[in-house]
Design a protein around this ligand. Sequence first.
Ligand SMILES: [Zn+2]
Length: 297
Amino acid sequence: MELNKDAEIDTSQVTDARGSGGSSGFGGIPIPVGGGLLGTLLVIGLVIAGAFIAPNLGGEGGPGVAQACSTANPDRLSVPECRNTLYVNSIQAYWQSAMPETFGKPYKQTDTVFFSQAVSTGCGNADSGVGPFYCPLDQLVYIDLSFYDELARRFGADGAFAQPYVLAHEYGHHLQNLLGTAADVRRQQERDPGNANELSVRMELQADCLAGVWASHAAGTTDTKGVPIFKSLTQADINEALEAAAAIGDDAIQKKSGTQVDESKFTHGTSEQRRSWFSTGYKSGDGKSCDTFSGAV
Ligand SMILES: [Zn+2]
C-alpha cells in the first residue's frame, strides 16, 4: 500500500487528545475488564488486560496534528497520526457517498480521537487497555496509536494495512449507530441476556464486513479536491487486513492468553469468522451483503 503524497490530509476529522488523558481525575486506574464500561464501548476485540497505565506527565502532547500533517511537511506520510488521519478521511469519504445509496440514510461524519494511555469519553473514562473503540453515546472513535505496536508485537499482525482495517471496523460501529442497529442489539441483549454474547458476535462481524466493503472501494476514495488517497493498494494489503482480523479472533486471543477456548465467552467471533466476514464485504463491495443477523455466521 502506498498513500498518495499529493492527497491533502483533512485533520478536521480527528481530535488530538494526547497529553490530556490522565488529567481527568482518575489517575490512570484501569477500567476493570468485563465491567460496565465495556458493555457500552464497541471495541476492536483485543483487550490488553493489565495494560500498564503510567501517570500522565502533562505537556501538550507534541506538535499539533494539523501542523504535522500539513502539506508544508514533506515527511507527513511517515507520521503515524497523519497516515491514520488519511485512513479516516478515506473511510468517511466512502461512507459519505455510499451510505445513502446502500442504506437510504445520510452519513454523518465523526472524529477519531487520538489519545495516549487514558481518555475521558461520553461512555466514561477508558484506558488504552481496552484497545481502540467506538463510543455510541458521543459517537466518536478512540484510538491510542500504540495499540498497533501491541497488535504487531503480541499478535503478529504487523502489516501496514492492519491499521486502516482497525479504523474501518470502528467506523462500521458508527454506521451501526447511525442505522439504529446498535440500539436494536442493545435492546435485544437486555431482553435476552443469555443471548447477549451471540448478538455481540453478530454485531462485531458486521463491523468487520463493513470494513471489508470500505477496503474494496478504498482505492477509489479521494480527498476533498478529488485527489486519490491511495496511490496503490494490492491483494497483499487485503491479506494484511485478513491477517489482522484473524489475529484478534476470540479463539486466537484466548489461546494466546493461555486460557481454554470457551465459545460461550466469545464476543467478536472466531478468527475464521472475522476473516470470512471481512472477505464477504471486500468481495461484494456492498454494505447490503453484511447481514450477519439472519442465519448462521
Ligand atoms: Zn468492534
